[in-house]
Design a binder for this molecule. Structure first.
Ligand code: SAH
Ligand code: F3S
Length: 455
């Protein structure tokens, strides 16, 4: 078999898209390798959401182009959001590229690879078909093992048009995937060894609002996936506050396998900034959502994304963000300094906040969040948590590593000998190191059952 090296930047959607390309390429005779020097095909799945992500892609090219010089048969392709946005320009700038695919055209990867071999100029294949329904046919992958924690796309694109964000322009309109197709993929993943299912989308909780043959609301989809035998854990990301529903709260209460973690980005704690960002909700409304959620599910971990230094944000308005973080007591946060994304509306506005102020605001959010996170993590000492064991520790292979329901990395020391990767263990947390929980397994929380047989 030939070998493909796939490098992925950006969000979990990109990771899922790379997995999809891997499966499609497997069917046309390629195996994935992590040695780029050995590859017959290199695909870089790119991100353009922030300036930094874009810079990383360009610096990678510095390393890849010499490989192509040494081996003219090497096929070099670009996929993802930067490819979508800059397609023709990149083709002109880097003629050594063989093909360019957008996030909406990755299904054509095998055709692109074979056509590119016959072409002199890079093949640019980035046109959206906005009328097409969203379908990712489930592939027959025989017994190819699936990841223990597997991603499943349920909705693509975004219709929110937050003023700072490029995603609606690179990934197009929101479109949901038929529930039956999602269930079929989950069944296939479970049959091939997956135990934890991550439902993915830019806005998972906008699922089913439009365009499905049989309308299914997001929370109904959660109940549907939870019924599939063999799914031991269910997670989803990312949710949008404007599409938050009581149904989701109910699902957390009702479904034991729905893990107690929710990523609900707020971006800012100030109403004027939120309005300029076109987020469609106020800080008070956001606080209320989290209060209702925590009332119903006290143990739930809540994380968010924050942008500092949005155009015209004053110091006092920034402090509203710190206050919100403190009040909500986020378990975790991903914090970013605003960077204009050409094509997004805010990029037309003056980028008023000086870099030095952005930097110091960012540092303040990081320091505050570190404090909040450590407090949360330390509150687990003495408690028992269920951990899905993902891997053995390198240093001592009797020790394991996995995630708690709240998504904290957990180290299991002094393994009992009965435990294996893929088991769920009950771990008594004895101490913490940074953000990591550490403890011994008191007993396996679940025994591995016989494989499930589907007719
Ligand atoms: N709903 C999406 C959001 C995608 S972008 C999701 O799947 O997570 C991820 C995060 O990047 C956003 O929530 C925002 O905090 C940050 N971001 C997006 N555009 C940005 C920009 N122009 N500058 C700085 N941060 C940005
Ligand atoms: Fe971007 Fe806002 Fe959608 S952050 S992905 S436009 S919800």
């Amino acid at each position: 078999m030939k070998q493909v090296f796939l490098e992925t930047f950006g969000c979990q959607m990109n990771v899922a898209d790379s997995d999809r390309m891997e499966s499609l390429l497997f069917q046309s005779g390629y195996l994935r390798t992590d040695q780029r020097e050995e590859a017959d095909l290199i695909v870089v799945n790119t991100c353009s959401v922030r300036e930094k992500a874009e810079q990383k892609v360009y610096s990678l090219f510095g390393n890849l182009l010499p490989l192509k010089k040494n081996n003219p048969d090497l096929v070099l392709g670009l996929a993802g959001c930067l490819a979508q946005q800059e397609g023709d320009r990149l083709a002109r700038r880097i003629p050594a590229l063989d093909f360019i695919l957008g996030p909406d055209t990755i299904e054509n990867i095998s055709a692109a690879v074979s056509q590119a071999a016959r072409q002199k100029a890079p093949l640019v294949w980035t046109r959206f078909d906005s009328h097409k329904e969203y379908s990712i046919p489930v592939l027959d992958l025989d017994d190819q093992p699936a990841d223990l924690s597997a991603f499943v796309n349920i909705i693509k694109g975004c219709d929110k048009f937050c003023s700072f964000c490029i995603v609606p322009y690179t990934r197009g309109r929101e479109k949901s995937r038929e529930a039956e197709e999602i269930y079929a993929e989950v069944r296939s993943l479970v049959r091939r060894g997956a135990k934890e299912i991550f439902l993915l989308g830019q806005n998972v909780n906008a699922y089913g609002k439009r365009g499905l043959d049989k309308p299914v609301a997001f929370h109904e989809l959660l109940y549907g996936v939870a019924e599939i035998p063999g799914v031991e854990r269910l997670r989803f990301t990312t949710s949008f506050p404007g599409d938050f529903t009581e149904g989701m709260i109910r699902a957390y209460k009702d479904l034991d396998i729905l893990m107690n973690h929710m990523h609900l980005p707020v971006q800012s704690g100030n109403d004027r900034v939120l309005e300029l960002m076109r987020r469609g909700h106020t800080a008070a409304e956001y606080r209320d959502m989290i209060a209702r959620l925590r009332d119903a599910v006290p143990d739930i971990a809540v994380s968010s994304d924050i942008i500092v230094g949005f155009p015209t944000e004053t110091e006092a308005e920034f402090e509203d963000t710190l206050q919100l973080m403190e009040d909500v007591e986020f378990d975790n946060n991903y914090m970013f300094s605003y960077s204009p994304r050409p094509g997004a509306p805010a990029a037309e506005w003056e980028d008023t906040v000086p870099e030095a102020d952005k930097k110091s605001r960012l540092q303040k959010t990081i320091d505050l969040q570190n404090r909040l996170t450590l407090k949360k993590v330390q509150s687990f000492v003495g408690r028992e948590v269920e951990v899905l064991i993902a891997e053995r520790m390198e240093k001592n292979d009797a020790d394991f590593k996995g995630r708690s329901p709240q998504y904290w990395t957990t180290h299991i020391t002094g393994g009992t000998g009965e435990l294996n990767v893929g088991d769920t263990a009950l771990v008594k947390v004895a101490e913490t190191k940074g953000r990591v929980l550490i403890g011994r397994a008191t007993r396996p929380a679940s025994v591995t059952l016989d494989p499930i047989v589907y007719d």
